[in-house]
Each structure stands twice: as structure tokens, then as C-alpha cells.
Ligand binder design. Sequence first.
Ligand code: IDP
Length: 141
Amino acid sequence: MALERTLSIIKPDAVAKNVVGEIYSRFEKAGLKIVACKMKHLSRREAEGFYAVHRERPFFNALVEFMISGPVSIQVLEGEGAILKNRELMGATNPKDAAPGTIRADFADSIDANAVHGSDAAETAAQEIAYFFASTEIFSR
Ligand code: IDP
């Protein structure tokens, strides 16, 4: 498996629940290394730009409102097969469908407030990482 990087966001609901460290710990225990991180309160423009692919979806406005409702923790995770590994740790988009022991099963309240974001493919990972981090802010091994 290839060494990959993926973008992870701990969303406002999980930051408010004070489980940032618990979620970081799950990444590290799964062999993912946090090679960049920052906390940020997204502007409307930043959230709309990040989720531009969903602009035509009925939930777009609610998603943006939620993402700007409080600070988020944004990180780059690096490791073998990091993109899929992070998606497995996260669990299904709707926490009702998320497998037991996944981040969303344990910490998400609803499909809107679902605790975490993770890139879904290599191309989107590269775009999403560049959206939030300069290359000088990423500290690889
Ligand atoms: P993902 O976060 O699991 O990759 P996406 O389909 O990319 O899921 O959707 C992005 C985000 O938009 C989801 O995490 C969720 O917060 C929100 N979302 C997706 N589908 C719905 C929906 O049907 N209703 C409300 N919010 C949704």
C-alpha cells in the first residue's frame, strides 16, 4: 500500500464535546501520523469553497451554517493507505449507519452534525490539503 496523505476535519460538534484528543488518539493508534494541524473558525466563504462540490445539494446551506457554527480542528494525516484508513475510522456519513467503534458511531449526533470530515480519494485529498495548508506547514518524516 502506498504512503498517502489525507485531510481530516474535526467538526464544530466534536470540538464542542471536547473529544479532539480522543479522536487524535484514534488516528495515532491506527498508524496515522498527524503531520499538520490547526484550529480555525471557518468563514462562510471558506466553508462554501471547501464544500463547493455540494453547492447544488439541498443540504448545502445547512452544512455551511453548521461548519461555521464554531471552531474546527483541521489536520493532515499521513500513513500507508491513509485515505481509506481514515474513512474506516470515521464510519458512515449517517451515524445511524456507522459501524460500532467508529468515530461517528461514538461521537456524532446526526447526519448534519457528524463529527468528522475525511477526504474520499487521492485527488480530493490533494486539493483539500492545499485548501488549508501551505507546504511549509506540513511536517513529514
Ligand atoms: P462524507 O462527509 O461522509 O464524505 P459527503 O457525502 O461528502 O459525506 O457529504 C458531506 C457532508 O454533508 C456530510 O459529512 C454531512 O455532514 C453532510 N450531508 C451529506 N448528506 C447529507 C444529507 O442527506 N443531509 C444532511 N447533511 C448531509
